[in-house]
Ligand binder design. Structure first.
Ligand SMILES: O=P(O)(O)O[C@H]1O[C@H](CO)[C@@H](O)[C@H]1O
Ligand SMILES: O=c1cc[nH]c(=O)[nH]1
Length: 236
């Protein structure tokens, strides 16, 4: 047990899905898992373990932002022995070719966060996804006929940028596809502790075209994304 998690040893499966939102964690457990069991409710940052297609799998909310995610992920790896972490998030779009409802598979994660920058001194570390998880997610999205893009994500510490699009500086011009708030810290911790990680996001609002997802589309899209993530989690 930790200050943030009252699950016992063995309560988590080796593979864990990581939504930012605790209510998305509850929805995933109640909608997709067989035999879902609540394993953590400290701060209402809910965690569940159950089965998907007969195999054990967990979901744990990460909260919003890299500091919050880093706490849960550090503990999942080092206290609970988790080996595969798949973030299932929402993101903003930074490229007009990415349409709302499209998946972004974050092959890499650029960041403005000192959590990553602060650790590497003169070097710009490049946080990247596990290749096997990335390849598997791409082929499963393809099999389901889903639109997806694999590429660079921005993990920002800032949701409300005082400088508007100028706050994103040159990133969209360099192919960055979307913006969310957690992937870079997830990938950096996974690299440090030798485990596998991937971030899959549904694009919900495009900062370039101003297109936004509606409530019904949001639910369907999240459902498709979670099915891909669960298949990757249990099948690799
Ligand atoms: O939908 P989630 O997974 O929370 O992800 C995105 O939504 C939150 C901001 O609204 C941030 O956590 C961002 O990364
Ligand atoms: O972090 C996020 C998530 C969704 N939409 C955004 O613009 N940013």
């Amino acid at each position: 047990m930790t200050p943030h998690n009252h699950a016992k040893a063995g309560d988590y499966a080796e593979a864990v899905l990581l939504p930012g939102d605790p209510l998305r964690a509850k929805w995933i457990a109640e909608t997709f898992f067989d035999d879902a069991k609540l394993v953590n409710s400290v701060r209402n940052c809910l965690g569940y373990t159950g089965t998907w297609k007969g195999k054990s799998v967990s979901v744990q909310a990460s909260g919003m932002g890299q500091p919050s995610l880093a706490i849960y992920v550090h503990e999942l790896i080092n206290v609970y022995g988790v080996k595969t972490l798949i973030r299932v998030g929402t993101c903003g779009g930074l490229n007009a070719k990415v349409k709302v409802r499209d998946l972004i598979l974050a092959q890499g994660a650029s960041t403005d966060s000192s959590i990553v920058k602060g650790r590497f001194g003169a070097f710009n570390f490049a946080p990247i996804a596990d290749f096997e998880l990335l390849r598997s997610a791409a082929s499963k999205a393809e099999e389901k006929g889903m639109r997806y893009h694999a590429g660079n994500m921005l993990s920002s510490d800032i949701f409300y940028h005082a400088d508007g699009m100028a706050g994103y500086d040159k990133l969209p011009e360099h192919g960055v596809l979307g913006v969310e708030m957690e992937a870079a810290a997830l990938y950096t911790l996974a690299a440090r502790f030798g485990v596998k990680a991937l971030t899959i996001c549904t694009m919900t609002d495009c900062l370039i075209t101003k297109e936004e997802i509606d409530a019904e589309q949001r639910q369907t899209s999240l459902r498709d994304m979670v099915e891909v993530a669960l298949d990757v989690a249990v099948e690799g």
